[in-house]
Design a binder for this molecule. Structure first.
Ligand code: SAM
Length: 256
């Protein structure tokens, strides 16, 4: 039987190019906010780590503003795409490393910033991965976490998780605001900035990017069509299946 990390690699290895060109991933108000946070006068960030870098869109924002970025991912094919794209963009300070966020191959306190975007909902054991992020972060270092957020309404949340899992077997869970706050508190992170944006997922491109099998696409549509009004409203489900969850950004400092 396959382990969850095998499911992650099977989901992402064949789709690396699709993630490089994905509009949801390549652009977004969250990337602009990340740029602005990094430009604010915090202590200079020498070494940054992008966990679950995918096709590298957050790493490309970090690279011009820090000394060095390590783009880290479980998918070797994603990292091939990042290497090529970083070279085309003239980003000579971006290194790639393959591995699992639950066991980071880095020394304690070796980064000034640990970042991640649209990856944490795939992590099998988020508290453990966050403890690893904390371990490799120096005292006083910053965390930048960005992900789709689970609605705090349980019924709406259940429908979102079901749609995500039907689309992609490597999905684990989107977390709610309350869950994120508890996870950050558990590693001693002090939140300095929190922001969220509506993120519209156009249905056809959302399932095509992941090459979701047709029976699963039908199941998602049936689920949406049978959803109660509170769910349709909570996720802004449109007639063609497009819907709009929130993206949340956490910027936090870890002292001591
Ligand atoms: C949606 S993509 C990330 C998008 C990217 N960060 C961006 O800003 O465009 C999710 C990535 O997380 C990676 N990932 C998921 N679980 C992981 C794990 N346990 N360890 C390392 N990478 C993981 C996947 O391989 C995939 O490339």
């Amino acid at each position: 039987m396959k382990q969850h990390l095998d499911a992650v690699q099977s989901s992402f290895d064949p789709r690396a190019q699709a993630y490089l060109s994905s509009a949801v991933h390549a652009a977004g108000a969250d990337l602009q906010a990340a740029r602005e946070l990094l430009a604010a006068p915090v202590q200079r960030i020498e070494r940054a780590l992008d966990l679950g870098c995918g096709a590298g869109h957050l790493a490309y924002v970090l690279a011009p503003q820090v000394g060095q970025v390590v783009a880290f991912d479980a998918s070797p094919a994603m990292l091939d795409v990042v290497r090529d794209s970083a070279a085309q963009r003239g980003l000579g300070n971006l290194d790639c490393q393959v591995g699992d966020v639950h066991q980071l191959p880095f020394a304690d306190s070796s980064f000034d910033l640990v970042a991640t975007r649209y990856s944490a909902h795939h992590w099998r054991d988020l508290p453990r991965a966050m403890a690893e992020a904390r371990r490799v972060l120096r005292s006083g270092g910053r965390l930048l976490f960005i992900d789709l957020e689970a609605p705090s309404d349980t019924l709406v949340d259940t429908h979102l998780q079901a749609m995500e899992l039907l689309r992609d077997p490597s999905h684990v869970r989107n977390r709610s605001r309350e869950e994120w706050l508890a996870l950050l508190r558990a590693i001693g992170a002090q939140v300095e900035h929190e922001q969220r944006w509506p993120t519209r997922l156009q249905f056809d491109t959302w399932v095509q990017r992941m090459q979701t099998p047709e029976p699963m696409v039908r199941a998602i549509r049936l689920l949406q069509q049978g959803a109660p009004a509170e769910v349709s409203a909570g996720l802004a489900i449109e007639p063609d299946g497009s819907f709009t969850p929130s993206t949340v950004l956490w910027w936090a400092r870890c002292a001591g």
